[in-house]
Design a protein around this ligand. Structure first.
Ligand SMILES: CC(C)(COP(=O)(O)OP(=O)(O)OC[C@H]1O[C@@H](n2cnc3c(N)ncnc32)[C@H](O)[C@@H]1OP(=O)(O)O)[C@@H](O)C(=O)NCCC(=O)NCCS
Length: 337
């Protein structure tokens, strides 16, 4: 490992094999062109040392907003959140690419693309390609998120070489520069502010456009168990509106039951959740489908800023997902050309 001391080496729990350019597995060469022009060496390391992870968090914070997702995963690990992700870097400390991925024991179901989620950030596109080619389990159904366009192109090229089916959607990213400045919103007295409980997982699963199956139910239950959420309960203690956060620190799964829409509930919850995330030191951000104009207007009214880059959600091997969904397929997002 070029430039690394013995102490550095001791900080990594495992050193990956060298990745050599274009292999028979179909990973493109680690050059920006992605063509196969001979072997190059790339070391991929699982970062497990707490001081290095703290340093990485500080570096990623300086590179916000492009690092949003990987930064929040590292924050979660540094705060002991047992969400089951690990961080792979390419030649620390001068990292060129980072990939966060679910730990092996967590990603045990090959068909579960809800849990098998990765986030990518790179400074060098070639290093990103090498990392994606070597450190991802391409035999599984999985999803990669990234705010840089190269993340999509790299995974598309590798998927093509491996004959892996791919579905990509892109979303706007809304980030609040300073949620502490958001004005307080008065709460309707007919509802009570609370957080979600695992017993609410079925309700979330039934109402989520991408859910309605066993994997999604388990995934939602895990989110509720491990990550902050907010909801409004009616007089009988049933949730009528909610927002939850995920391993990438995204404020997501915003939903209001049909009969309670238009009362400003999601506005209140977005306000509360954004402030909480900010208080805990996390960036306050979410992704919105390109055709979800009411939510885009809502974000802008609350002072969120739309980021220039698309966020890509890239789903691989979705056909491995065996359980039929109970809900109609969603029409959110648009596929990149
Ligand atoms: C989007 C959603 C969460 C809004 O919840 P809500 O509690 O009604 O939100 P609010 O009352 O704060 O209103 C927010 C905006 O939604 C609009 N809205 C309210 N009821 C609506 C309805 N029945 N259909 C469509 N839009 C509606 C409001 O008009 C408002 O936009 P505007 O102020 O620019 O007119 C809700 O419509 C929903 O659950 N939709 C399906 C899931 C979804 O799209 N989630 C967002 C993922 S980013």
């Amino acid at each position: 490992m070029a430039g690394a001391t013995q102490t550095d080496r001791d900080c990594y729990c495992r050193i990956f094999r060298e990745h050599r350019g274009c292999t028979q597995t179909g990973a493109p060469n680690a050059t920006t062109s992605g063509s196969c022009q001979g072997p190059i060496l790339t070391e991929m390391l699982i970062l497990s040392c707490s001081s290095k992870l703290q340093l990485l968090e500080a570096t990623l914070r300086r590179l916000l907003p492009e690092t949003l997702q990987v930064h929040s995963v590292v924050m979660n690990i540094n705060r002991g959140n047992p969400a089951g992700h690990e961080v792979l870097v390419d030649t620390w400390p001068e990292f060129k690419a980072i990939l966060t991925r679910p730990r092996r024991e967590v990603a045990s179901d090959d068909a579960d693309f809800y849990t098998n989620t990765y986030a990518a950030f790179y400074r060098d596109l070639g290093a990103n390609r090498a990392l994606l080619g070597s450190a991802v389990n391409w035999g599984q159904a999985f999803c990669i998120l990234g705010l840089q366009n190269g993340v999509y192109e790299a995974t598309r090229d590798i998927a093509k070489a491996k004959a892996v089916q791919l579905e990509a959607s892109r979303f706007f990213t809304y980030l609040h520069p300073d949620p502490s400045t958001m004005p307080e919103i008065r709460l309707d007295p007919s509802v009570r502010l609370s957080s979600l409980d695992v017993s609410h997982a079925d309700l979330l699963n039934e109402t989520w456009a991408f859910g309605g199956n066993d994997n999604s139910r388990m995934y939602l239950a895990n989110l509720i168990r491990h990550f902050p959420s907010v909801c409004l309960l009616d007089a009988a203690g049933r949730p009528v509106s909610w927002i939850i956060t995920d391993p990438f620190g995204i404020m997501t799964h915003g939903y209001t039951l049909l009969q309670h829409r238009g009362c400003g509930y999601i506005q209140v919850l977005l306000n509360v959740m954004a402030k909480q995330m900010h208080t805990w030191g996390y960036p306050s951000y979410c992704h919105v489908a390109v055709d979800n104009y009411p939510v885009q207007r809502l974000q802008e009214r609350q002072g969120f800023q739309c980021q220039p880059n698309w966020c890509h959600f890239i789903l691989h091997n979705a056909a491995l997902h065996r359980t039929p969904t109970l809900t109609p397929s969603p029409a959110t997002g648009t596929a990149p050309a």
